[in-house]
Structures are given as C-alpha cells and as structure tokens.
Write a protein that binds this ligand. Structure first.
Ligand code: KG4
Ligand code: ZN
Length: 354
C-alpha cells in the first residue's frame, strides 16, 4: 500500500510517500521537508499568517518532489493523507484542502490524520513497535504522556497545564538572548554551565498525577536572570544548565509517574517511545532511558528527522488507518484543537468512506 502524506500544521511544509507492506512493516520512499525557520526567526517564534502563506507557496512543489523522488505518480498511490489538526488553522487548511483536491481528482481515498496520532505511530514505522506502548511526546506545541493501545486507541495519561516543554526552552532562550528555536541553543550552552548554581523549582514533583506545569519554572528563570543582570556568558551558561536540569528532573519524575499509571491499566509497555523536537535533547533522553529501564522496558527514539514534524509520519498514520479501512469524507474538517483521545477507534461505524 502506497500513501502520500502531507504535513502543514506548523512551520514545516512536508510531503512524503510511504509504503506499508502486508506484514505491517513500512518503508519511507521519500520525505521532503522544507523548514520555514528563516521566515520566522526575525519574530522569535512562528507567525501563523506567514506560515500559512509559505505553505501555499511551497506545497505543490514539495508534493511533486516527494512523488518523483519515490518514483510514483498521483495515479499510482493508494491513498492520500493530510494532517487535519491540531495546529495553526491556516496551515492545516492548506494541507487538508490540497489532499482533498488530490483525492477528488484521482478518486483515491482520503485520510484526515490527527498530527498527534502521527507522532504516536512513528515508532511503528521506524522500529515496528507492538502495542501497547507508552509515548512521551514533547515538542514546541505539545507535552503529553499517552498510552498507545492500538491505531485510534489512545489514552492520555498526562499533559501540560500551561506551556509545552519546547515552548519553555524557546522562551528561556529568548529571555537569555539566544536564537530561535531555542532548544538546541539552550542545550549547547548548558554543556558549559553549572546546573546547581540556580535553585529552580521542579513543578508538580511527586504529585500523584502525570501532568506538567512549566510556566512557574519559566518565571523563576526570568527572576534569577533579572537578579544578576547584566548577564555575561557564564551566567547564561549557568542559567541554561540549571533550567535544563530542572526540566530533566521534572521529565523523569512525571514520566516515571506516567509509566506507573500505564502499568496499572495496561501492564508493562513494550517500550517507552519519545517523539517531538525535544526528544533530541541528550539530558532528557538520559532520564527517559532511566525511567524506561526502571519500568522494565526500553526507550525507543525515532531518528531526529522523524521526531520533528514531517510528512512521512502523516503518510504512515494514513497507511495504518487505510489498512483498517478507516477513511474520511471530503467534508473532513480542519481542526485547530484535536485531543488525541478524541481520535476515533476503528469500529465499523467510524469507517465512513469517501
Ligand atoms: O517537533 P518540533 O520540531 O515542532 C513542533 O513544535 O511541532 O519541535 C520543536 C521544538 C522547539 O520548541 C525546539 O526548541 C525544541 O523542539 N527542541 C529542543 C531541542 N531541539 C529542538 N528542545 C530541547 N533540546 C533540544 N536539543
Ligand atoms: Zn509535531
């Protein structure tokens, strides 16, 4: 089964062709990703209107490129999938409408994919992971711990009550005068800093749930920075190191709690899977590894280019749904908000065709 996937929910314009084999394994035939970082850098964050326009300008070309690199044409694919949310609505509309047009003209089935579901299922494409597994998704827009029980069968175990982890990295970077997106820069500076110099909070530590709250930590960094301003390079490095340590400790505590909840309802997970841009952070990976081993399982992190937003994960989620007969009508709505546990289960009634 050959599926074209389109991703436009944030600041990456991407199209990909993925093959799903009859044994359930997958192969990426192409994955073209165009980052808009340069367009957004002057503003220190993603500007929705600029993102939507850039998607409109680039998506046709990116889609053609993905097909030709895969050696396919519109008529040789078996379905087209697009991220229908959650995300910046202008971008979502661009990708979903493009996919609908392709589906209409080629008479191929459409799959309106939940972007979070695509992150959740990527480890099955890269590592053929069996259900049920525990997902830790941490990006600029999302922070969630999810029990992945099957395609369309998710239980959110924990989430952030305010900022996403990537957002906290980005805001801390901005505050300290580091470039956007901040995560990689904070990590780099943290290597040279003292993680114990500033006493920052570990929000919700040991609380009897698996939720996150990061806005207080962000404020604590700001107050610490203001108290010693003007900052020199060593101050910035120490603040980055102390911040990253606080985040890593928090992730360890919260994911550990999440894994304990997972075990009660579903037994030992086949894996702890990390996804999202933040999974690139080495300090965070280290604590995830500890948490996984302690819970009697293993940590799986897909390669960085598949952890961040990309079309292949959308194509793959589309293929997994298509294999179960789950398609969507041309009236599928773009959604700015779309919690993962609202993504419907496979039951026959949900499988409304084209
Ligand atoms: O998944 P992603 O590429 O895009 C979405 O937000 O959907 O994630 C980007 C986020 C940004 O907030 C970025 O600062 C963060 O991931 N990030 C990192 C690292 N690399 C990227 N955060 C911490 N450490 C990193 N090495
Ligand atoms: Zn994402």
């Amino acid at each position: 089964m050959i599926v074209l996937g389109i991703e436009t929910t944030c600041d990456e314009t991407s199209a990909s062709v993925v093959e799903r084999h009859t044994d359930g394994r997958g192969t990426i035939l192409s994955n073209v990703v165009l980052s808009q970082i340069a367009e957004h850098t002057p503003y220190g964050g993603v500007v929705p209107e600029i993102a939507a326009r850039a998607h409109v300008e680039q998506l046709d070309r990116i889609t053609r490129q993905a097909l030709s690199q895969a050696g396919h044409m519109f008529l040789s694919i078996d379905g087209v999938a697009a991220a229908a949310g959650p995300g910046l609505i202008g971008g979502v509309i661009v990708g979903l409408t493009t996919a609908k047009a392709i589906a209409l003209v080629t008479k191929k089935p459409l799959v309106a994919v939940n972007h979070l579901e695509a992150h959740a299922l990527t480890a099955r494409l890269t590592h053929n992971v069996a259900f049920p597994y525990c997902l830790f998704l941490a990006s600029g827009g999302h922070t969630q711990i999810v029990a992945v029980r099957g395609v369309g069968d998710y239980e959110r175990i924990g989430t952030t009550l305010d900022d996403a982890i990537g957002e906290a990295f980005d805001k801390t970077a901005k505050l300290l005068g580091l470039p956007y997106p901040g995560g990689p820069h904070v990590e780099q500076m943290a290597r040279r800093g003292d993680p114990h110099r500033f006493d920052l909070p570990r929000p919700l530590a040991r609380r009897d749930n698996a939720d996150f709250s990061l806005s207080g930590l962000k404020t604590a960094v700001r107050l610490a920075a203001e108290s010693i301003a003007p900052l020199d390079k060593i101050d910035v490095a120490d603040l980055c190191a102390s911040f990253q340590q606080a985040i890593a400790d928090t992730v360890f505590d919260r994911v550990r709690m999440g894994l304990a909840f997972f075990r009660v309802s579903h037994g030992t997970p086949t894996a702890l899977v990390a996804a999202g841009g933040v999974a690139a952070n080495f300090a965070i990976r280290r604590v995830l590894d500890f948490a996984a081993v302690e819970a009697g399982t293993r940590l799986i992190v897909p390669p960085p280019e598949l952890c961040t937003d990309n079309g292949a994960m959308i194509a793959w989620a589309g293929a997994e749904r298509l294999a179960l007969g789950l398609t969507d009508g041309l009236d599928a709505a773009p959604r700015a908000r779309w919690p993962l546990d609202e993504t419907t289960k496979p039951p026959a009634a949900a499988a409304v065709g084209g």
